[in-house]
Structures are given as structure tokens and as C-alpha cells.
Design a protein around this ligand. Structure first.
Ligand SMILES: CC(C)(COP(=O)(O)OP(=O)(O)OC[C@H]1O[C@@H](n2cnc3c(N)ncnc32)[C@H](O)[C@@H]1OP(=O)(O)O)[C@@H](O)C(=O)NCCC(=O)NCCS
Length: 156
């Protein structure tokens, strides 16, 4: 059997929202993250409609199936000269893993973030997630010796 052709990587639009939410359900379940798809859809719609917030990439297979997606949002930190970027989600469909989709999506995110003026791309990864850690190290990411701390805030 021949391997499927490399998917097309492109910036997502609002028309991709429904299929992205289905993929995000799988991503969050795999990552053990409690995620509300209704609130998530509202936030995703806002992101897809405003490229000042960030950029979402999708990998489309020739048959229209979603081979993967990557979500990147922007922050601002003087340490990195102003705008910086966060890879908040990267996911390859299970059947398409190990074929370069994750690497292609990550390269697209790096390019898009740099083009939009980000001085650094950050990410979080569970240390036991060997495929992801290997991908990130291969692409030049280095662990920070800082501890990420989070406090949830009430919404107005
Ligand atoms: C992590 C993930 C995105 C990798 O996507 P992928 O499309 O399978 O990755 P690629 O085929 O592009 O592989 C790129 C590199 O990743 C690493 N990698 C991928 N799968 C691996 C595996 N099973 N074991 C070890 N390293 C692996 C390798 O360094 C590989 O480079 P190589 O092919 O030259 O060895 C994918 O496994 C995934 O979606 N996992 C579930 C969601 C997740 O963990 N996302 C990251 C959260 S931080």
C-alpha cells in the first residue's frame, strides 16, 4: 500500500471551526485536559476571526480529512523584544502520525509567528510525552529553567 500524499498546510478560517472542535475534543482527551467544547468553540471563533490574537493552521488530506492542526496565540514580553507567540495546541490525527505532519505544522507555525513579528515561540509539553518532546527538541526548542505558574481568574 502506498503512503498517503503529504497534506496541504494552510491557515484555518471560520469555516473550519466545527471540524477543529471535533479534533480538539480528541486532543484534550488524549492530553487529559478537562475541556468545555461549547466555551471552546466561542473562544475558537474569536481567534479565527481576529489574526491579532493568533493563527490556526490545518493540515488537509487530499480527501478532505483533517490530518492535523496547530494553534498559536500571541503575547507580549519585553524579554523577547515585544510580541512573542505560544504554541497552545499541536495535534496529528492518530492514523497520520509518524509521517511528518506534526513537523510540517510546527514549521508553518514558526514561519507564521516570525512573519507576524514574534521574537520567540514558547510551548508547554508533558515531559513523558516522548513523541512531542522529540519533535520539539529536533526543531530547536530548549527547556526553560523556570516554573510555569497559573492562577485562574474570574471572568467579568
Ligand atoms: C506529537 C505529535 C503532534 C507528533 O506528530 P507527528 O505528525 O506524528 O510527528 P512527525 O511525523 O512530524 O514526527 C516529527 C518528529 O517527532 C518525533 N516523533 C514523532 N513520533 C514519535 C514517536 N512515536 N516516538 C518518538 N518520537 C516521535 C520524532 O523526532 C520525529 O522526527 P523523525 O521522524 O525524524 O524521527 C503527535 O504525536 C500527536 O498529535 N500527539 C498527540 C497530541 C500531542 O501530544 N500534542 C503535543 C502536545 S504538547
Amino acid at each position: 500500500m502506498t503512503a498517503p500524499a503529504a497534506p496541504t498546510i494552510r491557515v484555518a478560517t471560520v469555516a473550519d471551526a466545527a471540524r477543529l472542535v471535533e479534533a480538539m475534543r480528541v486532543f484534550n482527551r488524549e492530553e487529559g485536559i478537562t475541556w468545555d467544547p461549547v466555551a471552546g468553540r466561542v473562544a475558537l471563533d474569536g481567534l479565527l476571526a481576529d489574526d491579532r490574537i493568533g493563527v490556526v493552521h490545518v493540515a488537509d488530506d487530499a480527501d478532505g480529512a483533517l490530518a492535523g492542526y496547530a494553534l498559536c496565540t500571541f503575547g507580549f514580553d519585553l524579554e523577547f523584544g515585544g510580541r512573542d507567540a505560544y504554541l497552545t495546541e499541536l495535534w496529528t490525527a492518530p492514523a497520520r502520525r509518524g509521517a511528518g505532519v506534526g513537523q510540517a505544522l510546527l514549521a508553518a507555525v514558526e514561519g507564521a509567528a516570525a512573519t507576524r513579528g514574534a521574537g520567540a515561540l514558547h510551548l508547554q509539553v508533558r515531559p513523558e510525552n516522548a513523541p512531542a518532546v522529540s519533535l520539539y527538541v529536533t526543531r530547536g526548542f530548549e527547556a526553560s529553567h523556570r516554573v510555569l505558574m497559573t492562577k485562574r481568574l474570574p471572568r467579568p
